[in-house]
Design a protein around this ligand. Structure first.
Ligand SMILES: [Zn+2]
Length: 387
């Protein structure tokens, strides 16, 4: 009898901690399909957000992990972007890749082991409003001016930073923004890498001679609720560049770009995105050559060649061939941001979409950031040549 009782006490003491999922924070997204405490298996799908874009963003905190014992994570119902590797964090701030999962049609299975009882797990490294604010606070220490870009349609303050040149006379002008598509978190980390580089001594001349506007997150509403954003109803931010835009962020961007262009202080517009799952090398989407004149095409060619000299040498690389966002790409192609800029700005202005690959071993928080630094060097080299 005594030994039976001891055995009972022992088995109670070794019961697993209960696995649990928390998504109650900005950018959190997961609908639990199955949670099996015996096999330590968690099956989730992105939280549905009706009419707010593709279901391809997931991000949650897992608690009740047993140190050193694997948890199986199954992600199903991905409408688009199955990640070969999950992105994981022990502190919710520093992110790295898991080992590759097993990808099957419509689902992926990861085996994850942690040496602590909780972890954050996501499709890609999350980048929220608080990250944008921290990044901007750093820029302010290096001469940037923080400002409220606009209030979003959802009433959130959209953070932005500007650098106003200190040298006399006319200046060059640069626009960089990310996250017109909310799920593409890697694009904000490329932006972050660019801003960090802009704060370095190497960027002193660029800071002092160039009017620079940076918006790390354009679609803050979908980013904060953890919705995909892309192709939301009736259209997303990057199909909103028309005469009367739906979104306050697009309206604001158009007004500021128009002003810089009219002041003859505008040269380069860079719209940061992440592409399709099997686009394994970054590339530029550009305006169709057919809608551009010789000056526009020549400026674009010089930018792409300059960028190749820097981004092309990064482990992520850069495709030498660009792709056109024309009528065969999307029916609303004229309402894509760079096409609006190409159409509304002076001939020397270059407008591109930079699609940074997200499904490669280098598509990490640090990989994106070093890519953003190379982008900064390319911009400096490009703008150092007179118009
Ligand atoms: Zn996109």
């Amino acid at each position: 009898m005594k030994s039976v009782l001891l055995c009972f006490v022992f088995s109670v003491a070794t019961l697993h901690a209960e696995l649990a999922i928390d998504t109650n924070f900005p950018g959190g997204s997961a609908k639990v399909e199955m949670l099996d405490q015996t096999t330590r298996t968690v099956s989730i799908t992105p939280a549905p957000h009706k009419d707010l874009g593709w279901d391809c963003w997931w991000n949650f905190k897992l608690t009740g992990i047993e140190s050193g014992k694997p948890v199986t994570l199954v992600v199903t119902g991905m409408s688009f972007a199955i990640a070969d590797r999950a992105t994981i964090s022990l502190d919710g701030r520093t992110w790295r890749h898991s080992a590759p999962g097993k990808v099957e049609k419509g689902k992926v299975t990861y085996s994850l082991t942690f040496e602590q009882d909780h972890a954050w797990i996501a499709w890609g490294p999350p980048f929220q409003i608080t990250d944008a604010e921290a990044l901007i606070a750093k820029a302010v220490q290096h001469g940037g001016k923080a400002f409220e870009f606009c209030k979003s349609n959802g009433g959130r303050s959209v953070p932005a930073v500007r650098f106003d040149p200190t040298t006399p006379g006319k200046h060059r002008g640069l626009w960089v923004h990310a996250r017109q598509h909310a799920w593409e978190s890697g694009s904000s980390w490329v932006c972050s890498g660019f801003v960090n580089w802009l704060c370095s001594d190497d960027a002193k001349t660029l800071r002092e001679t160039t009017r620079i506007i940076i918006v790390p997150i354009m679609d803050v509403d979908n980013v904060e609720i953890g919705a995909g954003g892309k192709d939301q109803v009736p259209h997303d931010h990057n199909r909103d560049w028309m005469d009367k835009p739906l979104y306050a962020a697009v309206r604001t961007a158009q007004a500021m770009i128009t002003e810089m262009n009219a002041a003859n202080e505008f040269d380069l517009f860079i719209d940061l995105h992440n592409p399709a799952p099997r686009d394994l090398k970054p590339f530029f989407f550009v305006s169709p050559a057919s809608i551009m004149n010789a000056t526009q095409n020549a400026s674009l060619k010089r930018w792409v060649e300059t960028a190749q000299g820097f981004l092309g040498k990064h482990p992520l690389g850069l495709e030498t061939k660009t792709r056109e966002s024309g009528s065969s790409y999307h029916p609303l192609w004229k309402q894509i941001s760079k096409n609006w800029v190409t159409d509304h700005c002076q001939d020397h202005v270059v407008a591109v979409t930079l699609e940074t690959a997200w499904n490669t071993p280098n598509s990490t928080q640090s990989g994106y950031q070093t890519y953003g630094a190379e982008l900064g060097k390319a911009i400096t080299a490009y703008l150092s040549v007179k118009r």
